[in-house]
Design a protein around this ligand. Sequence first.
Ligand code: G3H
Length: 541
Amino acid sequence: MSLLNRIRSIFPEPADIPPPFRPALPVHQTEYLVDGEIRHWSGPSQEVLSAVCAPGGAGPSPVVLGDYPLLGVAEAKAALEAACRAYDNGRGAWPTLSVAERIEHAASFARRMKERRDEVVRWLMWEIGKTLKDSEKEFDRTVDYITATLDALKEIDRVSSRFTIEGGIIGQIRRAPLGVVLCMGPYNYPLNETFTTLLPALLMGNTVVFKPAKLGVLLLRPLLDAFRESFPPGVVNTVYGDGQTVIGPLMESGKIDCLAFIGSSKVADLLKHQHPQPHRLRSVLGLGAKNAGIVLGDADLERTIPECVLGSLSYNGQRCTALKILFVHESRMEQFLERYVAEVEALPFGMPWEAHVRITPLPVPGKPQYLANCVQEAVAGGAQVLNEAGGTVWGTYFHPAVVCPVKPGMALYTREQFGPVVPVVPFKTLDEPAGWVRESHYGQQVSLFGEDPGELARLIDPLVNQVCRVNVNSQCQRGPDTFPFTGRKDSAEGTLSVSDALKVFSIRTLVAAKDHAANKRILTDIVRNRRSRFLSTDYLL
Ligand code: G3H
């Protein structure tokens, strides 16, 4: 079968989908979690379309997966009020609970979450088109992240269980919660990136309102019960619906103390400006990125090419960390392209549950056409699509396109395409890619491919001040999750990692007393008689 025909027969008839991967459709979600109750909504709903299409005489059309509640302002405010009550200006049961008890609640959530793995993984495939392997990885990585967070919190607790005496002052310094946190994750990691802010925020004693990403919503439904059973009423609350309707009023209320948002800088700016006292709002933001891969004249192509393919096309290039532009030294261009294009052409494409599949349909409505327009604009400007059928659109499927030479002025040169298009730029001198990184609005990561330690070092030193991670002969990525994940310029605010997340969702607070006998007596009495949870030398093992 020709490649074009293979693309046109990518979507399976329902009977051809293996039974374990066939969800019972459609799913009408009416449930949302507020104040420890699963409530039911009978108002308007949002239809959920799959990244996967059904083939049809008139062409492929996305499978209807079901719908979820389009809550109104009153429901969103009820969620916020529940979170505020549970926090109660820091006097609520949750923010004053011992660290050990909070850990027990979160561990019980992780246990319950694991029981729903298969359902969540299946929804990840159907809602956002992530491959089975990557969906499983997203789930398992999230559970591991929670476990690692519990350990990191124990460590923080151990370190802060001691008194410090400095300059005649006795002090005990601990991390205390910020208040009510609004968590909003992105559609490309709707489970992982939502939970890697949500769980640390909870563990530090904050209460949370969370809104699922625009896509990847139904996958959280199996976990609502786990939240309800694991946390006290009002500690975790959900809002579903149109962001402008349900989030605007929450921000405008001034009652959100911390915004944890992974998405576009445009939306982040909008949300921050809605807060009446922006100086009171802490923000933890993961925003856009356009990470460059720079292939130097002496790069070992044997190792470079697989990293560039992984970096640019894992999950169809829909990772904030993806390599979204490749600068290749002109002396290696021919060799590079020949092998890179061959590897891209060999990537198996198909349905998310198919064995070994690497390229899958896209979940964002209109995205294939948007990408096709970007490619078309580059071609009109003199670039070529180098791989067979690159850029072919079939329903929600966009066949990866390697586009070269991409030049200044083309959308692909500066815009974050967030999809399976690989812009390749030849360069003569390092000033060109270095200048591009300097001028970019983004500042997340960069990958350097080369063998000369001197040349790499000369690049590393200025680049570490332009971005927040320089990868050597390795693709850009967030992990391991213990490493700091952040960005400069329009790419991020705050740093996330297992331990950093606990820090960004808390503030150091201390109790201090002049060092004299009477104060020592008082402090000793409080500690010995366990009169305070804060002022305590108990620690967790
Ligand atoms: O979309 C951004 C993700 O945080 C990237 O994570 O590098 O592990 O795919 P990853």
